[in-house]
Unconditional design. Structure first.
Length: 560
């Protein structure tokens, strides 16, 4: 190994050494964490599909087919167990982060392949730098849709860098056509797959295409884009094939292109100005914009090649995705913070490379600057986990002592488990259970299928949609839009009541203090918004047990 390669390995290894202790501690603690509301819902949706339910017809959900597909893959690997699910999430995240670091080496202009140890050192730095920003989100906002999508986004832009470097080598006469095609096809596949998770993620595919089009390599644009497009088609085909095989395409299209713009977009929307007012968001957004400006600026003055543009656009387009979704939940910022961290790592790589040192005329001074930046990034990674967001593990995983730190104002993991245990004990495996609330995870814990497709309270109580952005000072739906929303709700209740009357479930559960309900009392809320169905339930069911707000009702004709 050359002295140059050894010099390039020092900054990333220094960063890794500084960040590793805190990141490893957070990773171990996170592996014991329970799943939150969203992860639990998606676990149920995927499990129900695995049991033969048809996605979007038997289980009504607004997420794209990539979400249940990923959860099914995790469950097939043992992810029905919470700790295994968390470990798999950490493992896949670490692999994606390592891939990013290894590909950063391909920002260099020379034709020689970097030694394996040099790539490994940058992979290690990326694992800990990106791991720190990821684990700082805590249990509620990790193992989320957006964090899973980060695997694809980061692999897509990183493979694009390596593929474009191979294109440059082809232009100089090297026999790297096959390698360039494979890397760019991988970039296209990874970049496009997430579109069937959330449509706004198409922006990241656009970022890579911009980098390909603006590259200075003397190869026709069509020839550069062709492998990316081929890969994108394959990437879209996989989740779409899952939709065709395990879902109802017409129901998915109706929910995605008709119901979402008609109703769901009005649930808790936030104007863009409100994003900057929320705690911590302004700093995240500011760093993201600074990262984009830095990468674009370094490309403009030719300290970074144009293939680095995609890296610079990820933080900016990530923020654009947050704005487009208009919700502003912390987990929506995953591509923003991850993209920002990768951009900083790219700057570090530039400073550590001999080409950059020569261009800026710094010589050995560039190495000193690289060490200072590495220290700053390592300290930043440690600081992001300074107030450890993961509780220490206490007792058996299902014990009250262990679950207590994960209780929120509207989420009760202890009570959900106790209610699920009762439901599992008093019902048969083929019995159905209906819930009213927002925690379908209780169905997954009980291993019982829902009696109707309606697992979200907001499909039956549309007060939040009718209020719209007025909660944050924006405009509520127009009279015509309100009428459409109310008509959707009425149709949902009619359909639900028909299904309940045709095949009465063994158990009906009311989950108090759920979000998006007008009343903290789930039964009172149900009576107010679904009076006809509530009257039927009261006539045919009796309350068996109340687990501090998780009410289990059984059929009146059932044995105690």
């Amino acid at each position: 190994m050359s002295a140059v390669s050894l010099r390039r390995m020092v900054p990333p290894l220094l960063l890794a050494v500084l960040a590793a202790p805190r990141v490893l501690e957070a990773a171990v603690r996170s592996s014991y964490a329970t799943l939150g509301r969203d992860q639990g819902i998606f676990q149920y949706v995927a499990w129900a599909i695995g049991k033969g339910e048809i996605a979007y017809r038997d289980v009504r959900d607004v997420n794209g087919p990539l979400v249940p597909l990923l959860h099914l893959v995790m469950q097939s690997l043992g992810g029905t167990d919470e700790r295994t699910f968390r470990i798999l999430d950490l493992a896949f995240s670490a692999l994606a982060f390592a891939f990013v670091g290894a590909c950063l080496v391909d920002l260099d202009e020379d034709d020689e392949r970097a030694p394996l140890l040099e790539r490994a050192s940058w992979a290690l730095a990326a694992v800990f730098a990106l791991g720190a920003q990821y684990l700082a989100y805590g249990y509620w906002d990790t193992a989320q849709r957006e964090s899973f999508f980060d695997w694809f986004v980061l692999v897509g832009v990183s493979a694009g860098i390596t593929g474009q470097r191979a294109l440059a080598q082809v232009a100089r006469g090297a026999r790297a056509e096959g390698r360039a095609f494979a890397w760019l096809a991988l970039s296209g596949a990874a970049s496009a797959t997430t579109v069937l998770g959330k449509p706004t993620y198409a922006l990241f595919a656009v970022a890579q295409m911009i980098a390909l089009v603006l590259d200075t390599v003397p190869i026709r644009i069509g020839r550069r884009l062709a492998p990316f497009v081929v890969g994108a088609v394959v990437g879209l085909a996989v989740p779409f094939a899952f939709l065709v095989l395990r879902g109802d395409v017409a129901a998915w299209a109706r929910i995605t292109f008709s119901d979402v713009p008609a109703m769901y977009r009005f649930i808790w929307p936030r104007p863009i100005a409100h994003l900057f007012e929320m705690g911590g968001y302004a700093k995240t957004i500011g760093l993201a914009l600074a990262a984009t400006v830095s990468i674009v600026g370094l490309v403009a003055i030719r300290l970074l090649p144009r293939r680095a543009l995609a890296l610079g656009l990820v933080p900016l387009f990530g923020f654009a995705s947050v704005v487009a979704q208009a919700k502003g939940f912390p987990y929506h910022f995953h591509p923003v913070s991850a993209g920002t961290t990768v951009a900083f790592l790219a700057v570090l790589r530039m400073l550590a490379s001999s080409e950059a040192a020569t261009k800026v005329g710094l010589g050995k001074a560039a190495s000193a600057v690289a060490l200072l930046v590495a220290i700053a990034l390592g300290v930043r990674a440690r600081a992001s986990l300074g107030a450890m967001p993961w509780p220490a593990f206490e007792g058996p995983r299902e014990s009250d002592a262990h679950l207590a730190p994960y209780v929120r104002i509207d989420f009760f993991p202890i009570e959900l488990r106790r209610a699920a245990e009762l439901v599992q004990r008093i019902t048969r495996e083929d019995d159905r259970v209906q819930t009213y609330g927002m925690d379908a995870y209780v169905l997954f814990l009980a291993r019982r299928l829902s009696a109707t497709p309606y697992i979200y309270a907001y499909d039956l109580n549309v007060d939040a949609a009718l209020a719209g952005a007025s909660v944050f000072g924006g405009a509520p739906p127009t009279p015509a839009e309100r009428a459409r929303i109310q008509a959707m709700r009425d149709e949902h209740e009619r359909d639900m009541l028909e299904r309940l009357e045709a095949k009465p479930p063994a158990v009906f559960m009311f989950l108090d203090r759920s979000p998006l309900m007008a009343s903290a009392d789930a039964l009172a809320d149900f009576q107010a918004h679904c009076p006809e169905t509530a009257a039927w339930v009261l006539a045919h069911y009796r309350e068996e047990r109340d687990f501090d707000g998780i009410h289990v009702w059984v059929r009146a004709d059932a044995s105690p």
